[in-house]
Design a binder for this molecule. Structure first.
Ligand SMILES: Nc1ncnc2c1ncn2[C@@H]1O[C@H](COP(=O)(O)OP(=O)(O)O)[C@@H](O)[C@H]1O
Ligand SMILES: [Mg+2]
Length: 365
């Protein structure tokens, strides 16, 4: 057993435990909690009083993965960890994805004294992984579909042309009307395919200085008009300290328009749509050249119908829609635009209460 170095103030050990972001929990050889640092309290929602002296079996009852790690480390006196698959149950709210490592502790005479459990919050990592996975799926789908869409457009042109020829041959009457329906429906398919090809087309953003506040202000004005039939209370909360960012003005307009439009459409009669911007400090983006830049978050929150938890993964899939006149391309397009701007997005929703979309964009100047 190493002793604290002669020059180290022992108080530093306590301060480190108090200030690290990882949850650190010590359990003695009898299985009782002997240390429960502030991060552990934050992670679990349990206070020091509720945890100290408790049996770990009781504290983590039902959490088989974690129990297995602790039992094994205590019994066999070896370190064991799970970096991937643990969900920590919390007093309130949703379980927290964590990685855990459990190591034996020895006292000064070399006797086993118990184990220390270190838990690390993986929720941010998981969010980023999900964002990457969605973006990958879209890229693959896009390449496949662009080829297919191209092949479909040619025969469609043929059908449209012949329907028009036929129409010229026919006198006014129901038959002529049929040819008009054919033309109209072919145009509709064409529209869908073009929307889809827009998604797949690898067009780099045309960068310029974009004033987010101006874009969002205009979108809100425009959507107020478009949804006059409903009682929607629009609120803008723009952080005035955000300078213009580098981005593609058309694409960013399309992105936020889609999101605000969805928010309004989720409200049946009466509700509220909040659009806000802020600088976030909890995330940092590493841009090429490894200069870390802060992020800007644009939040679009509505008090609409919300999205079922089982559906939330599907909403970004092209053509997924729950609306009778929806295209299902809005969010897939949003995803692509955000990706092209090197950002990522996050969605949270409670059915019956509302939805919040947060777009994170790097602050490239
Ligand atoms: N703010 C929101 N509130 C509730 N549901 C939403 C919201 N935004 C998107 N959705 C769901 O995601 C689906 C896909 O959205 P989108 O890709 O924009 O296509 P569309 O709006 O054409 O249906 C919608 O049909 C809806 O079910
Ligand atoms: Mg939409």
């Amino acid at each position: 057993m190493r002793k604290p170095g002669r020059n180290i103030d022992p108080g530093i050990y306590v301060r480190v435990l108090d200030n690290v972001e990882d949850a650190i929990i010590a359990v003695d050889q009898k299985g009782r909690v002997a240390l429960f640092n502030p991060a552990a309290q934050l992670y679990t929602g349990l206070s020091e009083r509720q945890s100290l002296g408790k049996e770990f079996e009781e504290l983590f009852a039902g959490q088989q993965g974690l129990l297995y790690l602790i039992r094994t480390a205590i019994r066999e006196g070896r370190s064991i960890s799970d970096r991937e698959n643990l969900l920590l149950r919390r007093n309130s709210g949703t379980p927290l994805p964590v990685s855990a490592s459990v190591s034996p502790i020895y006292d000064t005479s070399g006797e086993r004294e118990g184990v220390v459990i270190i838990l690390r919050d993986l929720s941010r990592v998981r969010e980023l992984e999900n964002a990457v996975r969605r973006a990958d799926r879209l890229t693959m789908l896009g390449t496949l579909a662009a080829g297919l869409a191209h092949e479909i457009k040619n025969p469609l042109g043929g059908i449209k042309g012949t329907a028009q020829l036929l129409s010229m041959e026919l006198k006014e009457g129901p038959l002529k009307e049929y040819t008009e329906i054919m033309t109209r429906e072919v145009e509709r398919i064409n529209g869908i395919i073009e929307g889809f090809m827009d998604l797949a087309r690898p067009r780099p953003p045309q960068l310029s200085e974009v004033n987010l506040a101006k874009i969002l202000g205009n979108i809100v004005l425009f959507q107020k008009e478009a949804h006059r039939g409903k009682e929607i209370d629009f609120q803008l909360h723009l952080d005035p300290s955000i300078p213009p960012i580098r981005g593609d003005e058309n694409l960013l307009t399309q992105l936020f328009l889609n999101l605000v439009k969805n928010a309004c459409e989720a409200i049946r009669k009466k509700g509220r749509v909040d659009v806000g911007t802020k600088v976030v400090s909890e995330y940092h983006m590493h841009t090429p050249g490894d200069r870390s830049s802060p992020l800007i978050a644009v939040e679009i929150r509505d008090t609409g119908d919300g999205i079922d938890p089982e559906e939330i993964d599907r909403i970004f899939t092209p053509f997924y829609t729950t609306k009778t006149r929806g295209s299902g391309l809005g969010l897939a397009t949003c995803q692509k635009i955000v990706h092209d701007h090197m950002g990522f997005l996050k969605v949270e929703s409670v059915p019956g209460q509302g939805t919040i979309f947060i777009i994170y964009l790097p602050f490239i100047r």
